[in-house]
Design a protein around this ligand. Structure first.
Ligand code: MSP
Length: 644
């Protein structure tokens, strides 16, 4: 499906929000891109693989504030863990872009200026329901059933939204509706898999409104050129990474830009399809730039039938997986288990099963049996075979059809299918080896024995080559052990398909390629970060660390800059008065709270909220209606009384 006539391949991953260390979902997107990049390198195609981090916007600013850090200092603190983990998992990217890199910032500003001058960006006024978590306004259609007091839930993440009204710059998205529809109609392979295109086409059909691309309510972002009250909306900043990373807007990198752009494939998860399939092509059309050839949209990794994410508390820690199993078995499992087109379930049991049966038994043992037998009978140099027996010729034909079919699957980006096909051939080779009974031939017919070893080496060479993008280090070990190293100067695959079976092998016996995981207690608990329900018990010492005190709310004031916050003055008796901010305005009036006794976490680290200190936290219990209810004591007790 993918056209490689220009003999270059430019592939990207989404750039990740850096609010925490990488998780298995972000590893998956990056791994998929790495495997496809390596596949193209194997075919001798010049390849550029881009990944990086998305560092601006309200989500990051809020996370930084929570951590008591400046946003830049906060994001800097995660970069090492990304780069270290990507190195451990052998993700061979060519560039790691950070949206705080100065070349990116400047190029985005130039891009905006260009579109302002063209009239594709203009200034106006925006009011709408906004999801802070997704940094996006809820569309009118999604907000249809909204009453004035309660906003619609965010259609993407399901969280609450709130009204924002602000002066904003707009991108003339509405002007591109017809061109976008034409793009989808003319390029049925633009969105892969095709089924995912329907929701995009329906969305565009239902009418596009201009897109607000600046914010005045936040400061952590790229300053809008010529209007410093505004910062650039995080998606208008982030999507442009795909062009700025290869030189857009940087005159000294003009050649590089011409060489790589347009991207061949943007890899992304299904949750961010709208940004990539609607906004991004429209931005590019407005900039008179060619469009990416494909969006490869993968599903979610699920744990216990839910999308795996930090916020659901079921995130699998890729570091723990790496420490236990090593990079390559995990790479193989993720690529084999997850059908790109669907969501897939992660489980340690399946992972261990795949390592034992596919890697250690089917593949590892094949190499091991062949090389130990050859060594046992003094066969180290394996010369080319003059006349092949029929069984070997059949195996060779199978090998060639495997190469062709794997190639077809890979050019459709169906890595899991390619792996399944390669495994079918591994099993064919195992069956051939077994049926030939080479341990008997070693005595009765040494020439035929050498032929069986040679045929097995030829098969292993083809297998290791097609598996190299998924398990590069192990497959290099395998190829070295039969003295057939990869040469990436030419199209390795074509060479294997067209070449006759006439290679001279030399066999070095190496330790088993893959170790079977030892039967032990279930690992799941170690790998999966616990949800609150599964949390470990705490000791009494842990509990006594938390000072829970009763206090009386003497004053309660509205915080005008916020829709949610009250500023409380709380009397803790001998322990004094404290100012505590609490976001419960939607559920309580001032009178509901004033003069009431409540329960407070007294020794919580003080923090600044909207420039005001908050020195503690008031406790509430969510009622059946989901709204917070006051937590108090049944009879009045002296202020400052500690709960124990
Ligand atoms: N910063 C934006 C992307 C901007 S691209 C110009 C963003 N970042 S993210 O960190 O939230 O997510 C990045 C990618 O990780 C998405 O493609 C998302 O689908 C993927 N994954 C996050 N959780 C995932 C799973 N549980 N499973 C598979 N991939 C998932 O969105």
């Amino acid at each position: 499906m993918h056209d490689q006539s220009d003999n270059k391949f430019y592939i990207t991953t989404p750039i990740y929000y850096v609010t925490a260390r990488p998780h298995l979902g972000t590893l998956y997107s990056t791994l998929l891109a790495d495997v496809l990049a390596r596949w193209h390198r194997l075919k001798g195609i010049k390849t550029f693989f881009l990944t990086g981090t998305d560092e601006h916007g309200q989500k990051i600013a809020q996370a930084a504030e929570k951590a008591g850090k400046q946003p830049k200092e906060f994001v800097d603190s995660f970069i090492d863990s990304y780069q270290k983990m990507w190195a451990e998992y052998e993700l061979a990217y060519d560039r790691f872009i950070r949206t705080t890199d100065s070349y990116h910032v400047k190029a985005v500003q130039d891009w905006i200026t260009h579109l302002l001058n063209k009239g594709d960006i203009y200034k106006s006024f925006y009011e709408g329901w906004y999801c802070t978590s997704c940094e996006t306004f809820v569309t009118e259609k999604d907000a249809e059933h909204t009453t004035a007091s309660s906003g619609p839930k965010c259609p993407t993440c399901g969280r609450e939204t709130h009204i924002i009204s602000e002066e904003a710059y707009f991108f003339k998205l509405s002007a591109y509706q017809d061109r976008l529809l034409k793009l989808y109609a003319d390029n049925p392979d633009f969105i892969i898999p095709k089924e995912r295109a329907h929701e995009v086409i329906n969305f565009v059909h239902s009418g596009l409104k201009d897109l607000s691309i600046s914010r005045t309510t936040i400061t952590w972002g790229i300053p809008f050129p010529g209007d410093t009250k505004h910062v650039t909306y995080v998606w208008a900043d982030a999507l442009n990474n795909y062009i700025t990373a290869v030189g857009y807007g940087q005159p000294e990198r003009k050649k590089e830009f011409a060489q790589w752009w347009p991207a061949d494939v943007h890899v992304l998860g299904k949750d961010i399809i709208r940004f990539h399939a609607v906004y991004w092509p429209a931005f590019l059309m407005a900039s008179d730039l060619p469009l990416p050839k494909h969006l490869l949209v993968h599903g979610w990794i699920r744990v216990d039938q839910q999308k795996m994410s930090k916020s659901s508390g079921n995130a699998v820690d890729p570091q723990a997986l790496y420490d236990t199993y090593g990079a390559e078995p995990v790479r193989y499992y993720l690529m084999r288990q997850m059908a790109i087109t669907h969501d897939g379930d992660f489980s340690i049991e399946d992972l261990e099963q795949r390592i034992s049966s596919d890697l250690a038994n089917d593949l590892g043992n094949l190499l091991n049996r062949m090389s130990s037998l050859a060594h046992k009978h003094g066969l180290i140099d394996v010369p080319p075979v003059a006349v092949w027996e029929q069984a070997a010729l059949d195996l060779r034909d199978e090998c060639w059809s495997m190469l062709e079919e794997v190639e077809d699957y890979m050019s459709d980006f169906l890595v899991h299918m390619a792996l399944a096909r390669a495994w079918k051939f591994i099993n064919t080779t195992n069956a051939y080896f077994h049926a030939q009974e080479p341990w008997k031939l070693a005595h009765s017919n040494p020439a035929l024995f050498a032929q069986v070893i040679s045929a097995t080496c030829h098969s292993l060479r083809a297998i290791a080559s097609v598996l190299w993008p998924v398990m590069p280090r192990k497959m290099e070990e395998l190829l070295t052990s039969i003295n057939a190293p990869l040469n990436q100067e030419y199209d390795t695959l074509e060479n294997l398909e067209l070449g006759t079976w006439d290679t001279y092998f030399m066999i070095h016996h190496i330790p088993p390629l893959f170790k079977k995981p030892e039967p032990k207690e279930p690992q799941e608990s170690k790998m999966v970060e616990k949800t609150s329900e599964q949390a470990n018990h705490i000791t009494i010492d842990d509990f006594t660390k938390v000072e829970l005190l009763v206090g009386t709310i003497e004053q309660c004031e509205v915080v005008p800059q916020s829709e949610k916050l009250y500023k409380l003055q709380v009397n803790f008796g001998d322990k004094g008065m404290r100012q505590i901010l609490s976001g419960v305005r939607a559920s309580f009036s001032v009178d509901d709270l004033v003069h009431k006794q409540g329960v407070f976490v007294f020794n919580l680290k003080p923090r600044m909220m909207l420039g005001m200190p908050s020195e503690g936290m008031m406790l509430f219990a969510n009622g059946a209606d989901g709204a917070p209810k006051l937590v108090t004591v049944a009879v009045h007790v002296p202020n400052g009384t500690r709960l124990k």
